[in-house]
Structures are given as structure tokens and as C-alpha cells.
Design a protein. Structure first.
Lengths: 638, 257
């Protein structure tokens, strides 16, 4: 296993260019002699598969969806950042780099973030050329908007569907390669193991979700672009199928898992209405550009929103953070919402939300302008709640949305298993302890279009002529046996409770103890209660049907089993990190005015966890973070 | 707090693509009107699991109406009674106590049933692979603002690009035609300058691939009525215009507009 960040020496501004020059190239004619597996077909996976194929590599791409166009990247609403400075408002690569490091509360690797800011401009060019219908001004130029955590307007968008449009762009590029025969696309196949032999990733094992067949696929490199783990909380804004399984199985084969406690709670989601709720719906953060957040001053307030006069409202973000107001970063907005709701000032039937009010914006700009900007979001809100946000304010509350932690990767995006890479939300690399709005799409596409296609050469360049490990090798056959045995074992439990029941119960534990605010006592409870629940799950879960056709309970049970192990690791990571930073807020570590209190002396490092076997405590490794280009300060958005 | 409904469900169950299917009846009691349609099915599945009956398989993922994974026929309507709404965004407050609800998979030869309410829509991917892209390798793009695109054209492309590929248009069509989907995919690219170089090739290839899987359009307009993104029938007209033009076009002169 390798654990070296492999950050090249030299000045950060020229580092990426120098690295590309110094990295081994693979001759175009030799690229077709290398086979690469890409797992996942969201922004990172589809863009990587398409680009690797354009370069000449032989690519196999896998998704558990029915089509590569379905991945959860599609649900991103607000936009994608790029340091184009088209607005002439002082943006630059350095400013985007600086904002991202600061927004991440100084827990990300400078070199990776700078590269991300550099390639951000290429992403917009690429997507526009693909036909992505970004919003435009009447002169025909691209439009931008501002977003939380930044004081410049650098966000490109396509109505409220930026993720969908960018994903369709990547999907179309991928479709072109599939049509040309250079990408072999596998839909409805779920990766269940990474095959490692002689310390290297050699391929994967998948289960065909329609036929139940377990298959081995060999390759020179394995790329995991399998998204985040927010569904560990059961209720989150993630799609129902989002899971940690691919990343977790790689972890169990030797890939370190970094900073699992860094999870992002998105401030603007529709509050839960009851126990049957299957997921939470996000309202784009861009709404905070025009919406004003408030709660009644009086916790016993009984009037409807419209009847509450100005003097009885508390616009608490504008009051506490005059410079950023409603546009403070996500973690700050979320925690403040929790504070007012905990004080009993919440709104709605369950008093579990805060108002997001557009009355002033509608009065200023007119209904038509607001409809143009947010029409589909307003419609979605009304469909779900039955309330009309043009007339009464929306009710919002934070929900889990994104996970900054993930597989540890080096500068080349290689995990600690040589030959195995992680891209997009599946890796830990660029967002530190908190991700800024409109940066997830940027990172997914940066990794897939512009980073991995070059950095993968660093490893492949030395391996010309190396034969593939055949799929009848013991490394593959033993992995297939393990997967088959485990699949059958779930069917044989035949307990009394559904997979969803256990997932819901696990989610409650993780939300209560490893959610928006964590305490030592809570985390210690999580560490005893999660394993106890897991034991019950393993004895009492009921999965009906068989393993040789479409069986969604069977798909879910393995994913929930992985969430159990991950949930435990999240609690352990949060407990060991005796500081607050970004999305990780330890109640014991806060400033006098309730902000996250970092401990740079002891915790300016990445915690990367090594799997030691089932039931064993993982080993915590440290990658020290060096800040040569951004001075560490207490974040302040006042 | 919220009112509850008692409903009678008739749900299509089919073991495999080859097996014969039939309707099964289920009672759905105490369903909160704040539930989504799929959450109602979740509740039924929890009950079936308790009774030792295989849960009903249905496709779904984002539950926000954007991924296009879900979709069933509800009382003969694709995605059910609410206009411009996917199945996952349909809420039970649109139904009344005592209603009987018939739930079926998409019905079309181009979408064979996989199991229960799940169908195979890979024909849509095949249509896109026939030309639904702009050939631009990563890295070859000029600065995005070098190309001016009139806002009206860009907005029209965006209207087409809103298609989520759910297949409701095909399911709603009496001919199982896929004109609305295909035209949205073609015109998203044909309406903007970047798409011009491959305009005619794209149109012919995608239309002809579509015809391998789906029926012919006879202008019923049911597709538009069922479409959760309200894709306009205008795009079918644009596609037909492009197809006809393409057949008459000398492609060597395509650069002359």
C-alpha cells in the first residue's frame, strides 16, 4: 500500500503544468493496449470514461442504473463555478483557490485545490462546445450568478438544472465513444469487489442486477467514480440508490478512507413531514441570493408568516453576518438554523423549519423575474408541500447533502491501492471540511475530463506490455466465491424486519450523534449503539426472493451492511478529531460566539483510516497538511 | 394532523420478461395524503415483506423528478393525473378516500418488461448513440464566450434539453412512438451553432434508429400531455423539417447555410 501525497515540488502556480510535463506519456498507439475499468457514470465517471476513450484507451464503464444518464449528479440544481472572471469583478484562479481552501476551513490539500481552480475554466469551454445550454445574456454571452461563500459572481448555470445539463453533456460524449465501440458500457451491474493481486488493483467483480450473475472483469487500472455516502443518514438529499459500497469494498481491500466525519448539511431543504418520509428534497442554495431567512422573535408565535410584522421577525443571518448575510457558507447557515429551531422558534406544523422569504425580491423585481430564475424550484416546492411560495414563504431546514470525506487519494488521484483511482465525490481531495456551493460539479468534471486522463499515465507509462490477470486466476475466483457466499447468506437470514427498517434506525443514530453537532458523549454512544444494531441486523433482517433475478431488497441489504461499518468509522473519526472545522462541529470546540474552533496545531492533517479486518478497529494514519500559499485564519463571514 | 386515505390498488405483477403477468389487488390503508406515490408503494412493500410476499419491483432513484428513472401508468395515465409531474413527485393528496388505483408498467414493444413495473428503456440510449452528441474531444474547445448564441435560441435548446428520458411519451402514445423524446434530443443540439456541423447526419441517423424500436407518429399529442417536463410538440415539427431538409441536402454545400 502507498501513502504518499505525491505532491510535486515547486511553485503552486506552475505545479500542474510542470507535473504534466514531467509525467510519463503513453504513446497514442500504445494506449489501446491498456484496459481501464470505470465504475460509475455520473459527472466524474462519464467524463473520465469518455476522455480516456478519446485518448485511445480501451474502457469498460459500469453503472447500476438502467442508463448512464441517471446518476445523482443529475439532481444538482444551482451551478458550476469557474474562474473565468467574465463579470470583471476581480475573480481569478488564485481567488477561486483561496475561497475553496478557506471555505473548506483549511483542511484540504493546497496543491489539489489550486489545480481544480486552474482547470475550472477549461470545463466551461468544454461543456459549452458540447452544447450544454448554459444561461445567456441577450448579447449571446454566458451569464453568471453569485453563490454562497464567495463575493464574486462566478457560477455558470442552466436554469435550476445545471447538474442535469452537465451530465447530459458527459453522457453524450460517452455515448459517442460507445457508438464508436471504444467504450464497452455495462448497465444494471453493481460493483461488489475490487480484485487486488500482488498489491495492485487488477479488476472488479460485479453482480448483474437483472440475472443475478456474478462476473469478473480484468483491467490494468480501476477507476471508482461512485459518489458519496450521504445515505448513511437514511434521510438525505441523495437519490435512493446512492451508496458507499464500491468505495467501501475498495477500503476493505486496502484503500484508506479519509475524513469520513466531514459531511455537509445543506441549509435549504424541505423539512421532513413524518416517519414515512423516504428522502429529503433540496431547494437550491441559489435561492439564498433573493430569499431572506427569518424566524419569529417569539417562540409562541401563532400568526401566519404574512401576518407577522417586520419588528417581530428575526432575520438572524443578516443580523449576525452583515457582510455575507444570507450568503454565508453552508455549514454556518445550517448550524444557525439548528440553533433557532432548538430555541423553539421553528416554523411549520412540526416547528422544524425556518422561513425563506421572497416577498421583498418579488416586490423589487416582479413575479416574472423571480419565476424566470427559480420557477422550477417554486413548482417543486408546491408539489411536495401543497403550499405556494409566491404567496407565503418557503419552509426550509438543513439536511445531509454531500460528503467531503471519501477514499484517500494522492495528487494523481490514486488511492492507496496502486492502480485504483477515485474521482469526484468518492474521493476526499478538494473540499477539505466543507464544500462551497457549485463546486461539486466543478470537481467531478475536473477529475474526469482534465486530471485523471493525464495522471493515469504516471502509472501506466511504466507498464507497457504487462499482461492482464486472467479472470480464472485465484484472485478473481476467490473474490467471486466470497461475493456469492455473502449474497446467499443474506437470503438465508430470513429474519423479521425489512432492510429499510434497519437503514432507518441506523440513520437516526448517525443523524443524532454524528450529524450537525457532535459531542464526545454522543459519539461514544454511537460507537456502542451502532455495532449493537448491526448485530441485530445481521440476525434479523428479512430479504425475500432469490439471487437470480431483479431483487431490490437484496441490492439494498449489502449497501446497508456497508453503511453500518461506515457509520461506526464516522463516529470514530469524529471522536478522534478533537476540534471543530467546517461540517464537523464538536460542541466542545467552539468560539465565544458559537463558531467552529479549529486546532491547527494538532489537527491540520488528513485522517486516513486503514481497514484491519471485520470487527477490528481501523488504524488512523495522518497526512500533514502544509499551507504555503494561504494563511490559516479563523473563518469569519461577518 | 394530515388526513389519511384508504385505497384499493390493482398492481401489475410479472416475474420475468417471458413470464405471463397479471393484476394483483392490494388494500392500502391509512395512507397519509402528504406521502408521495412511491412512498405509498414503499409502505405496501413493507407490508408485503412482513407477509413473506416478494416486494413489488419498481424503478426510482432521485425522487425529485429529475433523474427520469421512475414512471408507471396510473389509471391509464403515464405518471398519473397531475400535469407536468413525475410519479415520484405525485402526492397522495391528488387522490380521494376509497379510490381504486390501477398501476401498470410502461406498455410499449420498445420497452420490454423486466419485472413487475420495471421496463427496459435501453432503446433510448441506442437512439442517442446514433448521433445525439456534438463531436468535440476533451481539450479541443475554444473559449466559451467566443461563440455568441442568441438567448432565444439558447432558451429553445434548453427547453428541449429539459427532457429527462423517462419514457412517458412512448407509454402515453397509442402507437408507442418516440418522436417527442427523439426530437427533444435532436433539436437540443440542432438549434444551437455548435450543433450545425453534424445537423443533417445527426437527424437522419437518430430518426432512423428510432424507427427500429418505436411506432409512427400520428399527431395525437398524448406525448406532450404526459410529459413531466412539458416538452413542446414544436420540436417534432422541427425534427420533421430537419429530416426532410436533410434528405434533399447536398452535404458538400452544408457550409453555405
Amino acid at each position: 500500500m502507498t501513502f504518499d501525497s505525491a505532491v510535486p515540488p515547486g511553485d503552486i502556480a506552475s505545479m500542474w503544468d510542470d507535473h504534466k510535463f514531467n509525467t510519463k506519456l503513453v504513446n497514442p498507439n500504445n494506449k489501446r493496449r491498456f484496459e481501464i475499468i470505470v465504475v460509475g457514470s455520473g459527472l466524474a465517471g462519464a467524463s473520465a470514461a469518455a476522455t480516456l476513450s478519446e485518448l485511445g484507451y480501451k474502457v469498460k464503464c459500469f453503472t447500476f442504473h438502467d442508463s448512464p444518464r441517471r446518476a445523482h449528479s443529475i439532481a444538482a440544481q444551482g451551478g458550476i463555478n469557474a474562474a473565468k472572471n467574465y463579470k470583471n469583478d476581480g475573480d481569478s484562479v488564485h481567488r477561486l483557490f483561496y475561497d475553496t481552501v478557506k471555505g473548506g476551513d483549511y483542511r484540504s490539500r493546497e496543491a489539489n485545490v489550486h489545480r481544480l481552480a486552474e482547470v475550472s475554466v477549461d470545463i466551461i469551454d468544454q461543456c459549452a462546445a458540447q452544447g450544454v445550454p448554459f444561461a445567456r445574456e441577450y448579447g449571446g454571452l454566458l451569464d453568471n450568478r453569485s453563490f454562497g461563500g464567495a463575493q464574486v459572481s462566478r457560477t455558470f448555470y442552466a436554469r435550476g438544472q445545471t447538474g442535469q445539463q452537465l451530465l447530459i453533456g458527459a453522457y453524450q460524449a460517452l455515448s459517442r465513444q460507445i457508438a464508436e465501440g471504444s467504450v464497452e458500457m455495462h448497465t444494471r451491474k453493481e460493483m461488489l469487489d475490487v480484485v487486488v493481486k500482488d498489491g495492485r488493483a487488477r479488476g472488479i467483480v460485479t453482480r448483474d442486477l437483472i440475472t443475478g450473475e456474478t462476473e469478473a472483469h480484468t483491467a490494468h487500472s480501476v477507476v471508482l467514480a461512485t459518489g458519496g455516502y450521504g445515505n448513511v443518514y437514511y434521510l438525505s438529499t441523495n437519490a435512493m440508490a446512492c451508496n458507499v459500497t464500491a468505495a467501501w469494498r475498495a477500503h476493505k481491500r486496502g484503500a484508506y478512507f479519509a475524513n469520513p466525519c466531514y459531511t455537509q448539511i445543506h441549509p435549504t431543504c424541505i423539512p421532513a413531514s413524518d416517519e414515512f418520509q423516504s428522502k429529503l428534497t433540496l431547494m437550491s442554495e441559489s435561492l439564498r441570493n433573493d430569499g431572506r431567512i427569518w424566524v419569529p422573535r417569539d417562540r409562541d408565535e401563532a400568526r401566519s408568516a404574512a401576518q407577522i410584522p417586520e419588528e417581530d421577525r428575526d432575520y438572524y443571518l443578516e443580523r449576525k453576518y452583515p457582510a455575507f448575510g444570507n450568503l454565508v457558507p453552508r455549514d454556518v447557515a445550517s448550524r444557525n438554523a439548528k440553533t433557532v429551531v432548538d430555541e423553539g422558534k421553528g416554523v411549520g406544523p412540526l416547528k422544524n423549519g425556518v422561513y425563506l422569504d421572497f416577498a421583498q425580491a418579488i416586490g423589487r423585481d416582479g413575479v416574472e423575474t423571480i419565476k424566470e430564475k427559480y420557477g422550477n424550484l417554486f413548482d417543486m416546492y408546491e408539489r411536495i408541500t401543497g403550499e405556494n411560495p409566491y404567496e407565503s414563504p418557503m419552509r426550509i431546514y438543513p439536511a445531509t447533502h454531500y460528503t467531503m470525506g471519501g477514499l484517500w487519494v494522492d495528487y494523481n488521484l490514486q488511492t492507496s491501492i496502486p492502480g485504483c483511482y477515485a474521482l469526484g465525490e468518492a474521493n476526499f481531495s478538494d473540499h477539505g471540511a466543507n464544500r462551497l456551493g457549485a463546486s461539486a460539479l466543478m470537481q467531478g468534471l475536473a477529475d474526469g475530463y482534465f486530471v485523471l486522463p493525464y495522471t493515469i499515465g504516471a502509472d501506466l507509462g511504466d507498464r507497457l506490455g504487462e499482461p492482464l490477470v486472467p479472470t480464472d486466476d485465484e484472485a478473481f475466483t476467490s473474490s467471486i466465491d466470497e461475493v456469492k457466499t455473502q449474497t446467499q447468506a443474506w437470503l438465508d437470514v430470513n429474519g423479521t424486519k425489512s432492510v429499510d427498517y434497519f437503514h432507518r434506525e441506523l440513520g437516526k443514530l448517525v443523524w443524532d450523534y454524528v450529524g450537525m453537532e457532535r459531542t464526545k458523549t454522543g459519539l461514544e454512544k454511537a460507537l456502542s449503539e451502532i455495532p449493537a444494531l448491526r448485530e441485530e441486523f445481521e440476525k434479523d433482517v428479512r430479504v425475500l426472493g432469490s439471487g437470480d433475478n431483479l431483487n431490490s431488497s437484496l441490492e439494498k441489504v449489502g449497501r446497508v451492511a456497508d453503511f453500518f461499518e461506515l457509520g461506526e468509522l464516522m463516529a470514530r473519526d469524529a471522536l478522534e478529531r478533537e476540534e471543530s472545522c467546517g461540517g464537523h462541529f464538536r460542541a466542545e470546540h467552539q468560539t465565544d460566539d458559537g463558531e467552529a474552533q479549529r486546532d491547527d496545531e494538532n489537527f491540520a492533517h488528513v485522517a486516513a483510516w486503514e481497514w484491519n479486518g471485520k470487527g477490528q478497529v481501523q488504524t488512523r494514519h495522518k497526512e500533514e497538511l502544509v499551507f504555503d500559499n494561504v494563511a490559516l485564519t479563523q473563518r469569519s463571514y461577518k | 394532523m394530515s388526513t389519511t386515505l384508504n385505497l384499493k390498488l390493482k398492481i401489475w405483477r410479472q416475474e420475468s420478461p417471458e413470464a405471463p403477468g397479471r393484476f394483483h389487488e392490494f388494500a392500502a390503508n391509512d395512507i397519509s395524503e402528504d406521502m408521495s406515490f412511491l412512498e405509498m408503494l414503499d409502505v405496501i412493500n413493507e407490508q408485503l415483506n412482513e407477509q413473506g410476499i416478494d416486494p413489488i419491483e419498481f424503478d426510482h432513484d432521485c425522487r425529485e423528478g429529475i433523474c427520469g428513472t421512475c414512471g408507471v401508468m396510473i389509471n391509464g395515465q403515464a405518471h398519473g393525473p397531475e400535469k407536468a409531474t413525475t410519479t415520484c413527485q405525485l402526492h397522495m393528496r391528488k387522490f380521494s378516500d376509497g379510490d381504486e388505483i390501477v398501476i401498470e408498467p410502461w406498455r410499449a414493444n420498445g420497452f420490454p418488461v423486466v419485472r413487475d413495473l420495471v421496463v427496459d428503456r435501453s432503446a433510448f440510449d441506442t437512439i442517442v448513440q446514433a448521433g445525439g452528441y456534438i463531436s468535440v474531444n476533451t481539450g479541443a474547445a475554444p473559449d466559451a464566450n467566443l461563440m455568441l448564441i442568441p438567448k432565444d435560441a439558447s432558451d429553445a435548446a434548453m427547453d428541449a434539453a429539459e427532457c429527462i428520458g423517462c419514457g412517458a411519451c412512448v407509454a402515453a402514445c397509442p402507437n408507442s412512438a418516440a418522436q417527442l423524446f427523439t426530437s427533444a434530443k435532436i433539436e437540443h443540439l440542432n438549434l444551437v451553432p455548435q450543433g450545425q456541423a453534424e445537423r443533417w447526419r445527426r437527424t437522419e441517423n437518430m430518426v432512423e434508429t428510432m424507427e427500429d424500436f418505436f411506432g409512427s407518429c400520428t399527431n395525437h399529442g398524448e406525448c406532450h400531455e404526459a410529459c413531466p417536463k412539458e416538452i413542446s410538440l414544436d420540436y417534432i415539427a422541427y425534427m420533421n423539417r430537419d429530416y426532410l431538409k436533410s434528405k434533399l441536402k447536398n452535404r458538400k454545400l452544408a457550409g453555405q447555410g
